[in-house]
Ligand binder design. Structure first.
Ligand SMILES: Cc1ncc(COP(=O)(O)O)c(C=O)c1O
Length: 450
């Protein structure tokens, strides 16, 4: 490793950070993470912290998962790359495709189209959704509907269906034909509705109204995260996604479940769709597919959609889409090992138990600290604390306050994610009960400096 003075002097000077202002990052350089073990990371100053972010919602098995590391290094030695563009393939991609079909059999997912990450997976899903309708002769179906507050990555397609203005505004005009309905976000919504079930019904009614307004025969797909993640950690009422499924089916609209965060156990179920008892038409996955150790993802396509593509006898079924790294053998090898470990350790059950523990803990913190306006969780290891300066007016807490709290939590030994005026928790799914208590104690210390 280069010496620490060099790293400190050059931190945030020669590269820009995603989701950051370059000038601000340069003036306030971030902690430099240099090592990790178990569920803990270590920075350049030697400070060890428990990673309650789980990398970036992806390091589900912690940082020391030897079988995944071994699979990557073995594969690098044997075949570090070969293309899966038509004409060749590789052994690992065949094996992973088979394993994923089995793993997602309950959702009826029949095929995988491999990508390099979540944004690629979303882009793939949106493109294949349009193509599906064209193959069936419904060429007018090109529009997409999604939820405000949604996050679907940063490609032009994904940002067009994203909810937050921060991911959209600077890059407009975006894709034409993308429309948004209110998210089932109890704390803030245009219906002034705080009852989750009633709100779910109102959002579902808004979907029907938007579909009717746009004309059903113009809409290709509705895309949603089963539990909204980066847009605020918003778990809908359990009636919402089944209602969306019904509405989509009734209007010939495909349902894309963006499972980039919720896939592989984070909600306490193997997928977010399974959590709500729904079978989508396409599922986008990434992140935990390789525990974050290798950039990789996939769009999973339902058996019935696959049948339409595969039985097509014209050029319409030709998939003019793909990435140099689609089906990368090292990523595929990591995915196979990761899936085996994910199932062997049955991480979904621990995610559910530790999620309940953390949710009870942050609810108690809300009682103690007025700066906590809302807490969200209750579905595995996706939790949020929304910070406010005035509970009645729900005024978002100012930047200085949230940054002070965040810094204090870090000093107290825990990394949490700061996003706007929210603190997010998405620790590895293998955290222990004692580690969950550590997270709560650090949050307690942080909120005390509000
Ligand atoms: C639900 C969802 N979709 C898509 C993405 C984009 O994934 P990536 O950052 O790997 O491109 C993310 C990333 O956080 C996500 O949370």
């Amino acid at each position: 490793m280069l010496d620490s003075n060099f790293l400190r002097e050059n931190n945030a000077r020669h590269s820009w950070q995603p989701m950051g202002h370059p000038g601000e990052c340069r003036d306030n350089p971030p902690p430099v993470i240099v090592e990790a073990e178990g569920n803990r990371i270590r920075d350049l100053d030697g400070r060890q912290t428990l990673d309650a972010v789980g990398g970036l919602w992806n390091v589900n098995l912690g940082f020391s998962c030897e079988p995944v590391k071994r699979a990557i290094s073995d594969q690098l030695a044997r075949l570090p790359y070969y293309s899966t563009f038509r004409g060749t393939t590789n052994d690992k991609v065949i094996e992973l495709g088979y394993a994923l079909r089995e793993f997602f059999a309950e959702e009826d997912m029949g095929r995988a189209f491999f990508t390099s990450g979540g944004s690629d997976s979303v882009e793939t899903a949106l493109r294949l959704a349009r193509q599906y309708h064209r193959i069936r002769g419904e060429t007018g179906r090109y529009k997409f509907i999604s939820l405000r507050n949604a996050y679907h990555g940063t490609h032009f397609g994904g940002s067009s269906v994203n909810g937050g203005y921060r991911f959209r505004e600077s890059y407009e005009p975006l894709l034409p034909g993308c429309f948004h309905i209110p998210a089932p976000y109890c704390y803030r919504n245009p219906f002034d509705e705080s009852d989750p079930e009633k709100l779910a019904a109102k959002c579902a009614a808004a979907l029907i109204s938007e579909i009717e307004f746009q004309k059903p025969s113009t809409i290709a797909a509705f895309i949603m995260e089963p539990v909204l993640g980066a847009g605020g950690v918003i778990p809908p009422h359990r009636s919402f996604m089944p209602a969306v499924r019904e509405i989509c089916s009734a209007h010939g609209i495909l349902l894309i479940a963006d499972e980039v965060i919720t896939g592989f156990g984070r909600t306490g179920s193997w997928s977010g769709s399974r959590h709500w008892g729904v079978k989508p038409d396409i599922m986008t996955i990434a992140k935990a597919i390789t525990c974050g150790y290798f950039p990789f993802g996939a769009a999973m396509i339902s058996e019935s959609m696959a049948e339409i593509f595969e039985s097509d006898k014209t050029e319409a079924g030709f998939i003019g889409h793909g990435y140099t790294y689609s089906g990368h053998p090292v990523g595929a090898a990591a995915g196979i090992a990761c899936l085996e470990e994910t199932v062997r350790l049955n991480v979904k059950d621990n995610a559910a138990a530790r999620g309940d523990q953390l949710f009870a803990g942050i609810k108690a913190l809300k009682e103690k600290y007025p700066v906590v306006g809302d807490v969200r969780g209750g579905h595995g290891l996706m939790l949020a604390l929304e910070l406010v300066s005035d509970r009645t007016a729900k005024t978002p807490a100012d930047k200085a306050t949230v940054e002070r709290i965040h810094a204090r939590v870090y000093e107290a030994g825990v990394m949490v994610r700061l996003s706007g005026h929210n603190l997010f928790l998405s620790p590895p799914l293998v955290i222990t009960e004692a580690e969950a208590d550590e997270i709560l104690a650090a949050l307690d210390a942080g909120l005390a400096v509000a």
